[in-house]
Every structure is written in C-alpha cells, then in structure tokens.
Design a protein around this ligand. Structure first.
Ligand SMILES: [Zn+2]
Length: 326
C-alpha cells in the first residue's frame, strides 16, 4: 500500500499519471478494505518505521537480542558501516558477535538438549559467546593484553594533548586494601583518573553500570591523590567499552575531561571489536586442538574412525576470574 501511495502522491506528474492509468487507486482501495482501514487512512499508518519495528523484534529475542540496546546511536553503527574502519574481512565477524551467532557450542546445541556444551578450551562451564569473550580462563592473558592496549591507546591520546600520566599508582583504600586505578592524568592544576574496562554487553545498562562502579570504587582515593599530585581538581571516570562495539554515553565524559577529539572514540570502539574477534579466533584454535583422532594417536586430525571426538583440556590451578575485568 505504501508503494502504491508513493506513486499516486508522487511530485512527478508523469509517475502520478502512470499510476492512475494502471489502476493503482482501485488497488489501494482494495488493500485498505482488506486491512479493515478507512479510505482516508494517513500514509504513515500503513508505512510504519520498519527499522524500528525490526529492531524491537531483534531486541526481544532471548539469545540473539542480548545487548542490542548498547549499540543504539550513530557512533557504534558508524564503525560498522564504514569500510575504512572495518575491512570487508572483518565485517561478518562483528555481525555474528552482535547477533550472538558465532558457532560456539551453546549456539550449535540450541534445540539439541543432549549435546555436550562444555567449553572446548577450558572444559568447564557452558561454551557461550559471553563465556569465551569475558570469562574463559584459557583466554585470560589475552584479555589482560587487550585491556593494556586500551589503556595504552588512551595514554597516547592524552599525552598528545599535553597530559602527564602514571599507570596503576598503589593507593590505600579506606578499608586498608590496595587500590590501583589504571591511569592517572595530570595537567596543570587538574587531575583525571580513568579506569578502562571492556565488558560483554548483557543488558541495556551493562556499560553504564561499569562506569558507575568504577567511580564508586575510586572516589575514596580522590583526596589522597589530590594531596599527592598537588592538584585542586581531580575527577574519577570509568571507560567501559562494549566487547561487541557497544558505547555508553557516559564514556563521553572521559573524552571531554581530557579534551580529546570526539573522532578518537572510534578508535576505542574499533579496538574493542577487533580484540574480541581475536579472542574468538584464539578460542577457535583451542577447538582445533581439542579435535583429535583415535586415542593416543598424537596426530592433529579431523574426523577419523568413529568421527571427531572432543576432549576436555583440564587446567591446573584454575582461577575464578571476574567477569568484569577485561
Ligand atoms: Zn572456557
């Protein structure tokens, strides 16, 4: 109906004439009647915002809709759309991340209850996309590395803006515990504390919660830092990046406080996405390692004999790390 109306109400008189000559008015009346709508139904009534509708449907999906709200807005989608930022080779991966369709066991076993879902890298909990990206102990070193890369990127950006900085100063919290914020910047009489992290987007508030928690955690050392650094103004910020490219508007405050260009935000989103893809690839390597042939053959192999057999890779001294630290 929308297409028919577009033609019948076109600014171009030729298109209008052709549509009328082709019986578009009668056809529109027929469809309006079939839909139970009056003849004078406004155009907008049957030309709904299909993007909005599709997004709502996507968001409501139990698995594939997790975290969709965190990449609303122009910035996260700008990164996805711009082929100068994400190459063609790196485009499909982020789409799979956003739709939770990477071929991890939790995805592959959907609707097949009897399949083993334990992680092929660590052998423990369910191998979900969220586990691989934010919790699998086998990938802990890689997550620490990417966290350090994000800190390094922020430090370089701030340094170009004339900020001096120190990494992880040891401070004493109110309960006597040691606190080590990732980065402390100083310029003139002003200090800025930033503790970046990357989190898997689980809910609408995952990223804003991350920033709020960081501020809450480090506000107790503000006076201590002000005295040590001899600054009169010091503010604490979190910088919580979405592992799948999500962005929280509360992150903007960091860039404003440090006087960084808004365009530099793109670098952080891109870094988060690409490093997450690296994590998935590394996990995929573990999958290949776990795919072995006949028992005790010692050979790298695909399906042999009775087909592929997955083995659990046991870890000694497995640590239960936080899901929140990248
Ligand atoms: Zn694992």
């Amino acid at each position: 109906m929308a297409a028919l109306t577009d033609r019948l109400e076109s600014d171009d008189h030729v298109i209008r004439s052709v549509a009328q000559g082709a019986g578009a008015e009668g056809e529109r009346s027929y469809w309006l009647k079939a839909a139970g709508l009056p003849e004078q139904t406004p155009h907008s009534r049957y030309k709904p915002n299909w993007r909005k509708g599709e997004r709502e449907k996507w968001t409501s999906l139990e698995v594939q809709g997790v975290g969709v709200e965190t990449w609303e807005g122009s910035l996260p989608n700008h990164v996805m759309r711009n082929d100068k930022i994400l190459s063609e080779a790196n485009y499909i991966g982020p789409l799979k991340l956003r739709t939770s369709t990477f071929p991890v066991k939790a995805t592959l076993a959907r609707g097949r209850r009897n399949l083993d879902k334990s992680c092929r890298a660590c052998g423990y909990v369910t191998e979900s996309q969220a586990h691989v990206i934010s919790a699998c102990p086998r990938l802990k070193d890689q997550r620490i590395k990417r966290h350090n890369q994000v800190c390094g990127l922020l430090a370089r950006c701030a340094k170009r803006g004339g900020w001096r900085y120190m990494k992880e100063p040891r401070l004493r919290g109110q309960d006597g515990k040691v606190l080590k914020p990732d980065l402390v910047f100083v310029k003139g009489d002003k200090g800025v504390v930033v503790d970046p992290t990357i989190r898997y987007e689980q809910t609408r508030t995952t990223l804003t919660d991350g920033n709020r928690e960081k501020v809450e955690k480090y506000k107790q050392v503000i006076d201590q830092l002000k005295t040590t650094l001899a600054v009169s103004d010091l503010t604490v910020y979190g910088l919580t990046l979405g592992a799948r490219g999500g962005w929280a508007s509360s992150n903007d405050a960091v860039f404003k406080a440090l006087g960084l260009r808004a365009t530099s935000k793109v670098q952080f989103i891109t870094k988060a996405i690409l490093s997450t893809l690296d994590l998935m690839r590394s996990h995929n390597d573990y999958q290949n390692l776990a795919l072995i042939g006949p028992k005790h053959s010692g050979a790298w192999a695909g399906p042999q004999g009775g087909g592929p057999r997955y083995v659990r890779l046991r870890l000694a001294n497995l640590s239960h790390e936080s899901h929140q630290k990248c």
